[in-house]
Design a protein around this ligand. Sequence first.
Ligand code: NOJ
Length: 517
Amino acid sequence: MTEALNWWRTATVYQIYVRSFADSNGDGVGDLEGIRSRLDYLRDLGVDAVWLTPFYRSPMVDNGYDVADPRDVDPLFGDLDAFDRLLADAHERGIKVTVDVVPNHTSSQHPWFQAALASPPGSPERARYWFRDGKGDDGEQPPNNWLSCFTGPAWTRVADGQWYLHLFAPEQPDLNWANPEVVADFHKTLRFWLDRGVDGFRIDVAHGMSKPADLPDMDPRAMYNVVEHATYTDPRLNHEGVFELHEGIRRVLDEYPGTAAIGEVWTFDDEQMGQYIAPGRLHLGFNFRLALTDFDADQLRSAIDRSLAVPLRVGAPPTWTLSNHDVWRQVSRYGDGEVGLARARAMALVELALPGVVYLYNGEELGLPNGPLTEEQSTDPGGTSDMQGSRDVARIPLPWSGDEPPFGFTSGSQTWLPMPADWADRTVERQEADRSSTLWLYRDALRLRKSHPAISGDKVSWEDAPSGCFIMRRPGGLACVLNTSDELVDLPAGEVLLTSAQLQGGKLPPNSAAWVV
Ligand code: NOJ
C-alpha cells in the first residue's frame, strides 16, 4: 500500500502541452478529448503519469498561464465532463494525472482583478494584488526597478495613477499571498481538483509566490544569467516567506493520501533547493541542471552529482528533465540534424538511468527538434525575453500520422502553429513501424527502467572512463556509459541492454550512450 501511495517518488511523468498534443474537434488546437483519444499511446510508451499544462478558463495571452477561472475548463479545451472522462480513462490504464496550477498570478480578466480596477486605491479589492503608488512628483515612475521575467518593467500603471505588479505579462497581475483570501481561494482550487480525483499538481512559479513587503529594488543583472541567479540580489523570487505558503499547500495535499506536488523552482543555490523540498513542504522540486548543461561528459557528471546531493540530504527524490515548453528542444540545443538527434537519444538513456523522477516533454520521444517559426507566427508573450527567443519553437503540435501537415494532429487543415512539412519521417506512425526509431528507444528504456532489477538504488557512483566519457553505475548494477568524445570507446564488461546508436565493432560511437549490466 505504501508503495502505491509513493508512486511519485520514482515516476516517469509525461508533460502534455495541451494545445499541442492532439486535437479532437478540428480547430487546430489540442484539447482534452484529443488527449483521451491517445491514452493507449501513453500506456504503450510506458509512462506512469501525465502533467497537463493549464486548461482552465483563460484569455490565452500566455497560452493558459493567465487564468481567469481556475475551477473551470476553457471551452477551447473542452469542459469539466471531458476532464472527468479523461481522468477516468487514464486511471483505467494505470496512468496518474497531475495538473498545472498557477498561484503566483491571475489573468487580468479574472473577476478579482476586474474588481480591483473598479475599486479605489487602498480598497480590499486592490489588496489581493500588488497595487502601489509610483515614485516621482506625480508618481510617474514605477514603485521599484523590478523587471518582468518576460520583457520590460514588472509594473503597469492604471487609470487612477497607481501601478500594479506583474512578474510576467501585464495581463498576468501578481497575487498578494500575504492576503488570507488569496491563500484560501487557492486551497479551494486544490481541493476542487483533488475531489475530482487528480493525483497531484505542478505548481507554476512556486518560487515567486511570496514577495518582501517593502518591495526593495533588484539587481538588474539577475535577469540575464539564470545559472548564477543566486549571485545577484533578486527579491522578486525565492523569498523566504514562500516556505510557509508551501507548507499550507502540503497540509491540503496530506488530506489526500497518494497525491504530490512538484514546484517550478528556479534556484541554483543548493541550500535553498533543500529548503524547498524539506519535510512538510513540496514533495518535489524541478531540477533544471540537465536542461542547462552542454553535451559534455564532465559537465554532465558534475550536474548530476550536484542534482543528487540536495534531495539525498533532505530525503526527497531527485528530479530530472531535459526540456519543457519553456526551453529549446534538446535536439536543437545539441546542434540539430543527425548529431543533435544522436545526442538527444544518448541523453535519454542518461536521464532514464538516473534514480528518482523523470519528467519527459511531449515530442521528445519522437526526437522532435525546434520548429521553424517566423516572428509573426510566434504567439509567445515571453518571446523577447532571455529565454532564447520565442518559446513557441518548442510547442509545435505533435505529428501522429500521414505524409503531410497536419500529420493527423487535427481533422482540420490549420494548426495553431505551423507544422514543418519535413516531419513526415518523425510521425508516431512511421516510428512505430521502425524498431530503430527514437520512439522505440524510449519505449525500451521505459520498460527496462520499470522492470530491470539492475536499475535500482538511490545513488550513482562513477567508474574510470576514457576522456570525454563517463561510466555511471547504479547500486543495482546498471552501468550507463556516455560518449561525448570524438572516438569510439570500449564498453565495460557485461551484457549490453540497450544502446542509443549501433555499436561499431563492439565499441560505442561518439554522441551515444549504452546501458550495460
Ligand atoms: C512558467 C511557465 O512554465 C511558463 O510557460 C509561463 O509563461 C510562466 N510560468 C508564467 O506563468
